[in-house]
Design a protein around this ligand. Structure first.
Ligand SMILES: [Cu+2]
Length: 454
């Protein structure tokens, strides 16, 4: 089921005369097919949603949905600021929707039913036309709801990387490598609090050791574009024998690039890191957890002329801290207003509330165009929540009490029992969804709508 069908099925939305109305007046029309004029001319990109068999490793095949029969989907390199036409053909029997994550594009093309983006009909076609902004490491993925059906949404292989490039993007590195993380064979845990677990992990669609190694030479530099396309899991990665110099978070350049032994990425987040290849050998780039690597979360980095089994070395543990990459001094830009969003679990432990209400009953966040708001994200639960704001980029103000400046993101993890402050400039009029990117949280109510009011 799509989220819309699911909401209808759960009685959250009432359906009348071809109109689906949310409790807060969000209207998602039953969209007529696109016209011949809208569909005229060739598309720049064609994506086909279909069932596929993915070989994670020899004799380890999973059935999933993917774009163009590949996982990840095609790597899209697109110029910033030039209109892009994407045709999506849905070869499955259920409606789907493609979200363009991290872009500032209108709600009706962003890829969210609740914002008014039409779905791609079952056995049908939809053409998305938008102008990619801003530049950086973006990605695309299904925005269908899954609920307890773990064959939908971000549990599938429907994800890919979109690099939005500037004309003068000449990189100071020899390799530009997407490192896309995902998990497979999800199941609902039977004991303890209801949660999702997985049997297999992959990097770029392959379990550790099954894919091609990343082949490098001493003296080169690699830019890793780490994208966590996980439905529910945050991962910590290390490259044995090497450090990551973090240059961008969620695709946006950070003010203070810094070297760290471990990178942490929550669902939806991206980390761009440059690695100096100065330690010849055959190394493991993978999860800091042995059980994560054993389940497939890793890839081999092989220097020219080197051989033997890949080596792992425990990194020196250091907590992940976004503020390492910000300006130390907080610039005090005045804000026009403040908004507090408190996150809490219902007593059942798996339905989620924002300021006491779960979606679709949650109160919308109301802003006025052109104003700057300070949001306090107050996590009153024992789980970390990687919250995502659609169509906007926000700036981190403080993370668990540590002030910072200049770190711009579209997903931020609010640690358990802590607060994060962000500044949001209301510069993208129209509906914008705000939700936890942990799919099981999102589908269990952790979602609300940002609305612009006059
Ligand atoms: Cu969450």
């Amino acid at each position: 089921m799509t989220r819309r069908e699911w909401l209808i099925a759960t009685g959250a939305w009432a359906c009348a005369s071809g109109t689906v109305r949310g409790q807060h007046g969000h209207v998602s029309r039953r969209f007529p097919p696109q016209t011949a004029e809208q569909l005229a001319g060739p598309a720049d990109v064609t994506l086909r949603i279909g069932e596929t068999s993915l070989e994670l490793a020899p004799r380890r095949v999973v059935r999933t949905r993917a774009y163009n029969g590949q996982v990840p989907g095609p790597l899209l390199r697109v110029p910033r600021g030039r209109p892009l036409t994407v045709d999506v053909f849905n070869e499955t029997a259920s409606e789907d929707i493609v979200h363009w994550h991290g872009l500032h594009i209108p709600p009706e093309v962003d890829g969210v039913y609740e914002q008014g983006t039409p779905g791609v009909p079952a056995r049908g076609r939809w053409r998305y036309v938008f102008t990619p902004e801003p530049s950086g490491t973006r990605w695309y993925h299904s925005h269908n709801a899954a609920g307890r059906d773990l064959t939908k949404g971000t549990y599938t292989g429907q994800f890919g990387v979109m690099l939005v490039e500037e004309a003068d993007d000449a990189g100071d590195y020899d390799h530009d490598v997407p490192v896309v993380l995902h998990e497979w064979e999800p199941y609902l845990r039977r004991r303890g609090p209801l949660d999702v677990e997985f049997k297999a992990f992959s990097v770029n669609g392959k379990m550790f050791g099954a894919g091609e190694p990343l082949r490098v030479r001493e003296g080169q530099r690699a830019r890793l574009r780490i994208v966590n396309a996980s439905a529910t899991l945050t991962h910590q990665l290390a490259l044995a024998g090497h450090q990551f110099r973090v240059i961008a978070l969620d695709g946006n350049r950070v003010p203070s690039p810094a070297a760290v032994p471990v990178v942490e990425v929550a669902p939806g987040e991206r980390v761009d890191a440059v690695v100096e290849l100065s330690r010849p050998g055959v190394w493991v780039l993978g999860s800091v957890k042995a059980e994560g690597r054993a389940a497939g979360l890793g890839v081999v980095v092989e220097y020219a002329g080197q051989s033997g089994p890949p080596r792992w070395a425990e990194p020196i543990p250091r907590p992940w801290d976004y503020t390492l990459f910000g300006d130390r001094e907080r610039r005090d830009i005045p804000v026009d207003d403040r908004i507090t969003l408190a996150f809490k679990a219902e007593p059942d432990g798996h339905h989620w509330l924002i300021n006491g209400k779960g979606y679709p009953k949650a109160d919308p966040i109301r802003v006025r165009a052109g104003r700057r708001y300070r949001w306090t994200l107050d996590n009153q639960s024992a789980d970390p929540h990687p919250v995502h704001l659609h169509r906007h980029t926000f700036e981190l103000v403080s993370v668990a009490g540590r002030p910072t400046s200049g770190v711009r993101k579209d997903v931020v993890t609010v640690p358990p029992w802590r607060t994060v402050e962000i500044d949001v400039t209301a510069d993208q009029p129209g509906l914008a969804l705000f939700h936890c990117h942990q799919q099981f949280h999102m589908d269990m109510g952790f979602m609300t709508m940002l609305e612009y009011v006059d």
